[in-house]
Design a protein around this ligand. Structure first.
Ligand SMILES: *[C@@H]1O[C@H](CO)[C@@H](O)[C@H](O)[C@H]1NC(C)=O
Ligand SMILES: *[C@@H]1O[C@H](CO)[C@@H](O)[C@H](O)[C@H]1NC(C)=O
Ligand SMILES: *[C@@H]1O[C@H](CO)[C@@H](O)[C@H](O)[C@H]1NC(C)=O
Ligand SMILES: *[C@@H]1O[C@H](CO)[C@@H](O)[C@H](O)[C@H]1NC(C)=O
Ligand SMILES: *[C@@H]1O[C@H](CO)[C@@H](O)[C@H](O)[C@H]1NC(C)=O
Ligand SMILES: *[C@@H]1O[C@H](CO)[C@@H](O)[C@H](O)[C@H]1NC(C)=O
Length: 221
């Protein structure tokens, strides 16, 4: 009986530890709204379409922590349910948030919700999470902002970090963040991040250190 009791106590403690310290519940400071340039994804991973989309699409909306860049993720909370993405929202997201790699859009939304969305469920439920993300994507057309500043895909030309940030900052009146990927010696523009305050309503300046820092020159292909 004593053994059973202590085993039980151990199990209870193990569970408590698991929920406290392995699965974090949603606790965050602000949101990062991340848009990606599909041709850069497709340089690193096999993509289902022969020619990747030539426009910025959503990667995800990530509740974030100022002092801890990797947390939170994989929170406890309701699992993704495809039926909560109602048909009109689904057709919107197919444009703004496609899966450029596998081509299974629903799978991509599921992964992003389960990894990130659940961590801000107290602010945005699943439906609101996808609606807000689509609205954020619609609020500024990065592809067009860059195009108007003559920043268009080019195999050889390069830009500085501030060349690319400046027109986006002018259009949005907020500082974005750029993320790059290193392809051999070339630094490729991969993602543009907008930051939003806790409620995901107002865009704010991003202040995290840039994700492009390997070299001064950035290529956009
Ligand atoms: C951010 O992460 C730090 C370090 O893990 C933690 O102490 C803090 O509570 C987190 N902040 C929020 C708002 O979750
Ligand atoms: C979250 O889960 C994914 C998939 O299971 C895993 O790859 C990732 O490392 C996890 N992240 C954390 C911070 O535990
Ligand atoms: C796409 O992903 C969803 C969610 O994971 C899954 O239910 C569905 O079977 C997948 N579709 C295909 C065609 O693989
Ligand atoms: C964004 O701008 C690009 C380039 O001008 C254009 O091709 C695209 O249709 C625009 N997207 C939306 C949703 O307006
Ligand atoms: C880009 O330039 C066109 C033509 O001058 C203009 O109509 C459009 O509003 C501009 N778009 C942005 C996002 O600045
Ligand atoms: C970014 O801004 C937040 C909120 O104002 C602040 O708490 C944080 O320390 C800042 N981080 C950096 C790297 O400046």
């Amino acid at each position: 009986m004593a053994i059973l009791k202590s085993t039980l106590a151990f199990l209870v403690l193990a569970f408590a530890f698991f929920f406290c310290c392995v699965m974090s519940t949603g606790s965050y400071d602000y949101f990062q709204f991340v848009q990606q340039w599909p041709p850069t994804n497709c340089k690193f991973r096999k993509c289902s379409k022969p020619r990747p989309l030539q426009r910025f699409t959503i990667h995800g909306l990530w509740p974030s922590n100022y002092s801890n860049p990797t947390r939170p993720s994989n929170c406890t909370g309701l699992q993704f349910e495809a039926r909560k993405v109602y048909p009109q929202l689904q057709s919107d997201l197919k444009i703004s948030w496609p899966d450029v790699e596998s081509g299974n859009d629903t799978k991509f939304w599921e992964d992003e919700w389960n990894k990130h969305g659940k961590c801000s469920e107290q602010t945005l439920n699943q439906r609101q999470y996808f609606e807000r993300s689509h609205a954020m994507w619609t609020s500024f057309n990065i592809t067009e902002i860059l195009k108007n500043a003559s920043i268009v895909p080019h195999p050889k030309k390069t830009w500085s970090y501030s060349d690319i940030v400046a027109p986006i900052k002018t259009a949005t009146e907020r500082t974005p963040l750029l993320r790059c990927k290193l392809d051999k010696k070339t630094q490729l523009l991969h993602e543009v991040v907008f930051c939003y305050e806790y409620k995901a309503k107002k865009q704010i300046d991003c202040n995290r250190t840039a994700g492009c820092g390997h070299q001064p020159a950035i290529s956009f292909q």
